[in-house]
Design a protein around this ligand. Structure first.
Ligand code: COA
Length: 438
């Protein structure tokens, strides 16, 4: 049958589409901006039809209503990452969290460790070849599309048409729900003097011709703000956002010295504002690849002068880095942090650098400040990046180098870049911790 006929025949409302989900199924949501909020809402609105439906995904930008206690008879949330809307369900004990490296998620799906009954995804309208572009996500979404028994797609005409491994054939999609609305926008973060100082320290570690991986938020934006004078930078990143577009337009990110995928900005998902989505649309410079390629440490390692920059919650005196919990409370996930930290360490040219950057203190809601450099991680906190993997740690007060350094040296360097208000206390804790004078 002609793909146009298939498309017409499978067009339906969101309420009709979610009838294809059966009790006991696992529904996987496409990642981040590719998640279909319309289908997620319809699933919850029709909850009386389901028992024991498991919902899994990494970053969600939706309301996470399926994870609320009042819906627990109908849905179980089993997250591979947690976001503000799903954190509560884990805290209250009725949601579950699965620790996993981002680059391994497609493999887990292929092997059935994460089986997928139904995929909910947002796509662009089919192109002239009957292929629907996911545009803003390749990551695990593409493997989920290959493995799912059923694919339900929201077809939003505002999804950019991005090149790479991010197309699903019309024939493979079981229901099309047409919509037209702007994509989720993650506005550039506010950069204050602390972030600016962190950005400057990170920029001092980035040579011309480097290839970068950057996360999202104030720190990556602050680093990008300091890169205006650099030359021939490249992108091989889990994701990128608006700041990269500005520097591409200034000629900083020309990708001309990349040792892998020269001339291309490689990403596995996109999250920014309309400016980023418009930039990526029909742009041959941007290429989406699955996360088991982009984040695979063996692939990351093939990039010359690779610098990855990620954030964290706490660092202890030994250089153990927690980036996903506050004590026992899971606030995000491992994501791609360790994928890139290890890839940087394995780089073929030996020049890779893994930076973990953070403000020296966290300002709590009541205004009190707590040091992010601590003698011991909070009770129950997970180590995201181990002390053997830790490389550069940056705060607004400087750079601490971990590779090849003794525990005492690590702790002293970290105290030197801690907030001055906490340094004396940390020195006392050093004496207690190591049983030697500071
Ligand atoms: N003690 C107590 N609370 C702390 C804290 C600390 N030391 N450090 C941070 N927090 C709290 C903040 O108050 C904030 O709480 P809120 O959400 O209730 O406001 C929350 O933790 C997040 O901190 P914030 O500074 O706003 O984080 P961020 O948005 O810059 O994200 C990480 C930082 C570490 C959570 C995030 O980078 C992450 O999830 N990393 C792991 C995955 C990863 O690195 N992926 C690769 C890049 S995409």
């Amino acid at each position: 049958m002609d793909w146009k006929q298939i498309y017409e025949e499978r067009k339906m409302s969101a309420d009709e589409a979610v009838k294809k989900v059966k009790s006991g199924d696992r529904v996987v949501f496409a990642h981040a901006v590719a998640e279909s909020l319309v289908l997620a809402d319809a699933l919850v609105a029709n909850k009386e039809n389901y028992k024991n439906v498991t919902i899994s995904h990494m970053v969600t930008l939706g309301k996470g209503e399926y994870s609320l206690p009042e819906n627990k008879e109908h849905f179980t949330f089993e997250g591979w990452f947690t976001s503000p809307s799903t954190r509560k369900s884990l805290e209250q004990g009725h949601g579950e969290f699965v620790p996993v490296f981002f680059h391994e998620v497609p493999k887990y799906i292929r092997k059935g460790i994460f089986h997928v009954d139904v995929l909910f995804v947002t796509v662009a309208p089919p192109d002239e070849n009957g292929k629907c572009c996911v545009g803003v996500s390749s990551d695990y979404t593409m493997q989920a599309a290959k493995s799912a028994k059923i694919i339900l797609a929201e077809v939003n005409d505002q999804v950019p048409y991005v090149y790479g491994d991010c197309f699903i054939d019309v024939e493979d999609i079981d229901a099309f729900v047409e919509t037209s609305h702007p994509l989720f926008e993650s506005k550039p973060a506010k950069i204050g003097p602390v972030e600016e100082a962190i950005g400057k320290h990170c920029a001092s570690l980035i040579e011309d011709g480097s290839t970068l991986q950057l996360g999202i938020g104030a720190i990556p934006d602050a680093v990008l703000a300091q890169l205006g004078d650099k030359k021939h930078l490249g992108i091989h990143s889990e994701m990128f956002s608006d700041g990269v577009v500005d520097l591409y337009e200034k000629g900083v990110f020309d990708c001309s010295e990349k040792s892998l995928n020269k001339g291309k900005m490689i990403a596995t998902f996109l999250m920014g504002t309309k400016k980023l989505y418009d930039f990526a649309d029909h742009n041959p410079i941007v290429e989406m690849r699955p996360v088991d390629y982009v984040n695979n440490p063996e692939v990351v390692a093939q990039n010359s002068k690779l610098v990855c920059i990620n954030a964290c919650v706490q660092v202890d005196f030994m250089g153990q880095i927690c980036s996903e919990c506050i004590g026992t409370k899971q606030i995000s996930g491992v994501g791609g942090q360790v994928d890139f930290v290890r890839g940087a360490a394995m780089t073929h040219d030996g020049l890779g650098k893994a930076i973990i950057a953070m403000p020296s203190v966290n300002v709590m809601k009541d205004g009190t400040k707590i040091s992010k450099i601590v003698p011991y991680l909070d009770h129950g906190a997970a180590v995201t990046t181990s002390r053997c993997d830790a490389d550069y740690i940056v705060t607004e007060y400087g750079i601490a180098e971990m590779k090849g350094r003794t525990l005492h040296d690590r702790a002293r360097q970290l105290i030197d870049i801690a907030h001055p208000d906490f340094r004396e206390e940390l020195k006392e804790q050093f004496k207690e911790r190591f049983n030697i004078p500071y």
